[in-house]
Design a protein around this ligand. Structure first.
Ligand code: PBG
Length: 352
């Protein structure tokens, strides 16, 4: 369909001269729009989060995350194969242990849920990057991201030691990338040193560098049963009101040896993504978090918005802001839609 610009009411040279630039010229046809498009989604830049639990043959729906399930390791392999077939770049694993304790010891158990799933995924040899979320909040009975100090705050340096042990056990089990999300000071340096000392120098670190104490994580906390039993995370996660502080956090993680930078959440923190892209030359990832996905899914379910278009537009905005990698619960859907839209070319394949 050709959408011709409407004729000026009094056509003539004067009108054209007064409008030497006409943005609509390049928006006239789908082909022109495709030619000048600045941002293109590709499945290889998407990462799918996965919630791993114990058992066999288990798929448990998560009420606040439509379409997302808690999976036993065997089912995670089934989903991972489909993601790999769709060309999705990687998976990010979160663990839901059978039992929690005050220090979160399930996080670094060599037979823990994530470690077990990593070994099986590694053995399946899929073309997917395996990323492990490195945090303790899914494993502690109080839901905070590290062991507690006597005053009830999270003990930073005790947490560092546990996060480092956790990262080493995840790397040994087969993680290509460990992704510390606890927002403890010094976590990147501590993990880098521990990985190197354990002869795991080629495991990368994706630093959740700028992560705000956001209200957008609620569905995730439902999924993981990791809502803090008391208090909140404002003593370690960043104040959502701050922008310059995000840059300080990012700079610190670069100095400590991060290989990739992660900004989280996505749409509420587009400015952090722009800042990260401008200031550093490391790959920048952004996490479209559970609440962002749930809002889109819920409104789409009611027929208030077109879920497919809104999800696509949101992820495109995150990419346009400067993210090279987007972690999203919509990774599988987006990849399937991208494949659907790809039209096979007559005459393609002439060059072999
Ligand atoms: C663990 C962690 C959280 C998320 C990612 N890693 C929860 C939190 O910080 O409370 C949230 C992801 C999401 O909402 O999708 N610390």
């Amino acid at each position: 369909m050709i959408d011709l610009p409407s004729a000026p009411s009094r056509p003539g040279k004067a009108t054209l001269a007064a409008l030497p630039t006409r943005g609509r010229r390049l928006r006239r046809t789908p082909a022109l729009r495709a030619l000048v498009r600045e941002t293109r989604l590709d499945p290889s830049m998407l990462v799918m989060p996965m919630f791993i639990r114990s058992g066999d043959g288990v798929r448990e729906p998560i009420g606040s995350l439509p379409g997302i399930e808690r999976l036993s390791a065997d089912q995670a392999i089934v989903d991972a194969r489909r993601l790999a077939d769709l060309g999705v770049g990687g998976v990010l694993l979160f663990g839901l242990p059978d039992a929690k304790d005050s220090i979160g010891s399930g996080a670094w158990a060599d037979d823990g849920v994530v470690q077990d799933a990593l070994r099986r995924l590694r053995a399946a040899d899929l073309p997917l990057v395996l990323i492990a979320d490195t945090c303790l909040c899914e494993y502690t009975d109080h839901g905070h991201c590290g062991p507690l100090a006597p005053d009830g705050s999270v003990a930073n340096d005790a947490a560092l030691e546990r996060l480092a042990v956790t990262a080493v056990s995840q790397a040994r089990a087969g993680a290509d990338i460990v992704a510390p999300s606890a927002m403890m000071d010094g976590q990147i340096a501590a993990i880098r040193a521990a990985l190197d000392a354990a002869d795991l120098g080629s495991t990368s670190i994706m630093a959740y560098a700028a992560k705000t104490a956001s209200a957008f994580y609620s569905p995730f906390r439902d999924a993981a049963g990791s809502a803090p039993a008391f208090g909140d995370r404002r003593g370690y996660q960043m104040d959502p009101a701050n922008g310059r502080e995000a840059l300080r956090e990012l700079r610190q993680d670069v100095a400590e040896g991060a290989d990739l930078l992660l900004v989280k959440p996505g749409l509420p923190c587009l400015d952090h993504i722009v800042a990260a892209r401008a200031a550093f030359d490391l790959p920048v990832a952004a996490y479209q978090v559970s609440g962002e996905f749930a809002m889109i899914a819920a409104a789409a379910e009611r027929g208030w918005i077109d879920g497919r278009r809104v999800l696509t537009e949101s992820v495109l905005s995150i990419q346009r802001a400067g993210a090279d990698i987007v972690i999203t619960y919509g990774a599988a859907d987006l990849a399937a839609w991208i494949a659907e839209e790809r039209v096979p070319l007559a005459g393609a394949g002439a060059i072999r």
